[in-house]
Design a protein around this ligand. Structure first.
Ligand code: PGA
Length: 253
């Protein structure tokens, strides 16, 4: 029996799709998507303004990053309040691709989370281990270390605006997802850590998404695990039928 956490299915478009194509994509997506399901679409920054017209209950906009400072001389950067001003509700922070591209990202994630929350954004916070760490059998410890560094500080009641996405790096974009059992083991471990740090109220309410090669063909098996509350979807979110099917799978359990 699954607890009462409404599934969230989030699309991380990464650096894909032209802005001029995104509008027709969303129009068609809305024809097929069940309006009672919770979706987040996180396109590149350049698409956010145009896609704001499609916001409604069940479809929220997300950004793929924001700066840790509120404003200032940071050429090329985007602030949390700019996103809020465009109607953006969520921001993805701590994604492994950003951690790999910018080595400072690891130490900035915690500050970015606090800044985003302070401006009223909800955060999809990503954590995940490399193939090497899993092979060495230290994946559980690694994720706890990440959680401690990034959200182990006392976020207090603001934790309610954080969704955790467990994304094993070896499963991202590879076509081979973690097995439902591997993902469930980690999600349970994360949930227990939340209980230890933040108490049982958050343990039951926090949504923990799985990400890493989620597709229509594996979504149902992942969604039937008791601690998997949705998905962060990269490649398959660029295909309307795939993405809608993933949403349906997570909402049928
Ligand atoms: P993928 O990406 O679904 O293409 O594996 C997931 C992610 O990076 O969020």
């Amino acid at each position: 029996m699954k607890p009462l956490r409404k599934p969230l299915v989030a699309a991380n478009w990464k650096m894909n799709m032209l802005p001029t194509k995104a509008v027709s994509f969303i129009e068609e997506f809305l024809i097929h998507a069940d309006p009672s399901h919770d979706y987040v679409i996180a396109p590149p920054f350049t698409h956010l303004s145009e896609l704001g017209q499609f916001l409604r209950k069940g479809l929220k906009l997300g950004a793929q990053n924001c700066h840790e400072e509120l404003s200032g001389p940071y050429t090329g950067e985007v602030s949390a309040s700019m996103l809020v001003d465009l109607g953006v509700s969520y921001v993805i922070l701590g994604h492994s691709e950003r951690r790999e591209m910018n080595l400072r990202e690891n130490i900035l994630v915690s500050k970015k989370i606090k800044t985003a929350l302070s401006q009223g954004l909800k955060v999809i916070y990503c954590c995940g281990e490399s193939y090497e760490l899993r092979s060495e059998g230290i994946h559980l410890e690694h994720i706890i270390n990440q959680l401690e560094e990034d959200i182990g500080v006392d976020l207090g009641k603001n934790l309610k605006n954080v969704t955790i996405a467990y994304e094993p790096i070896w499963a991202i974009g590879t076509g081979s997802s973690a097995t439902p059992a591997q993902a469930q083991e980690m999600h349970k471990h994360i949930r227990q850590w939340i209980a230890d740090q933040y108490g049982s109220e958050f343990k039951e309410s926090i949504r923990i998404l799985y990400g890493g090669s989620v597709k229509a063909s594996n979504a149902l098996a992942l969604s039937s695990q008791p601690d998997i509350d949705g998905a962060l979807v990269g490649g398959a979110s660029l295909d309307i039928q795939e993405f809608v099917s993933i949403g349906q799978a997570f909402n049928t359990v």
